[in-house]
Design a protein around this ligand. Sequence first.
Ligand code: NAD
Length: 500
Amino acid sequence: MVQINRPDLRPETRAFLDRRAQGQGLLIDGQWSEAAETLPTVDPATNGTIGLIADASASDVDDAVQAARRALPVWRRMTPAQRAGILWKIADLMEARIDDLAELETLDQGKPLFVGRWAEIPGAIGQFRFFAGQSMMIEGNMIDSSINYQPEGKQVRSWTVREPVGVVAAIVPWNSPLVLTAMKLAPALAAGCTIVLKPAEDTTLSALLLGEIMMEAGLPAGVLNIVTGAGATAGAALASHPGVAKIAFTGSTATGRAIMDAAKTDFKRMTLELGGKSPAIVMPDADLELAIPGVANAIFFNAGQVCIAGSRLYVHRSIHDQVVEGVVRYGQGLAMGHGLDPVTQMGPLVSSRHADRVARFVDGARKDGASILSGGELLGNAGTFMAPTVVTDVRPDMEIVQEEVFGPVVVAQPFDDVEDVIAAANDSQYGLAASVWTESLSTAHRMSSAIEAGTVWINCHAMYDASLPIGGVKRSGWGRDSGKQALDSYLEWKTVCAVL
Ligand code: NAD
């Protein structure tokens, strides 16, 4: 029995933990099994152990890839409507288990319950529904070619068809585990691919419950396989496996480079959703009642552990102090605590290792001469809570301005005119997202076109939906999750040219 000192935990969640959080977390060819080695998984709010996850070996990974290869013809032979039916059923079953999924996500990742329950898990469910529809809309073209060396009395007919790329290695991070997993699984399955999923070692549990749900929804054995465990071993073995046709990766830019190396021998297809340092820009004509909580939430939501977090705040000098004071006040008003406590608005960072990393960035900023207006210290017995932190008096070349912190730390800088702020926003190795806060339609258009980013939000930040492609330019990665563009990335084109 897993021992967790939370009397408020639902009996369904406890039953799941007893079933799966004792090392039995490998799903291979429709069967759950154990690995020879295990890793502890921890509640980041207390540092208490929740249970054990399987630490898959290279041989476990090989078994999973072989199972996925065997399942490819089975999944492809099903009609698009049959596949869509299963995707839709997965969404229905997730909805029925939404409270269990949200509790697991909070326990394992630390996020406040409402974040999973009302934002991220509905987002994950939306992925399965959107791609259920998309799976029935895959089409090729007839092409009227100009080939003129055709045999007498014959005609050339040419067409293209779309085919699944093959086995997909889905490798995901720990910050928003379930929705990021769904962003890969749903389009891959819609395209007819089979999958080996490697969740992040810090946040594996919700993926295992999703695995149970997907099997219950009628997914044939081997179509989804799950190998849990360490990135350096299980992840690396999966990324370099010759049986994998595509790697769908979300994580850090550094690991993205390791994935590119692993992919190059076999020319594996890749989508890489990587890091960010996204600007939030408040223009002098912005509606500040909307903008102040908007830019504060852009960085403090999920304790800043969001790839698209608005971690660089640029405010027009005429309103700079007012906006920055508002963001400080907003942060100071957030109730911090265990994510399962209903009053909690901000939880811990995902692990003490990550909390130390975030604290090192703030210390570095102090040493570089920046001012820390609020926060900046680790709190709580577990040492994993970081108070909402606002940093000012920085230079553009400072580490705190250039590097992704991945915590509740925002760097505020004033600007004087629109050209300056566009140049400052683009002075980054990253290009994932940005937000612009303005009441002027022409400023909104001009800036959304000038900013180098995969997504630009106007008067909002981090609005996403299964229908909207998301991904980055520059070192924020390659390709897009969500939207039709995601489906496309799991499909190959085949050209057929026939003399008839
Ligand atoms: P990470 O790169 O450390 O790990 C991500 C995943 O890769 C984990 O499952 C890990 O086990 C695995 N991994 C690690 N080393 C590997 C290797 N050598 N080969 C194969 N797999 C390996 O990232 P993280 O710390 O878990 O997540 C935070 C990062 O993710 C941040 O940089 C954040 O910006 C990024 N992120 C990006 C997006 C996006 O859409 N662009 C979304 C969320 C998070």
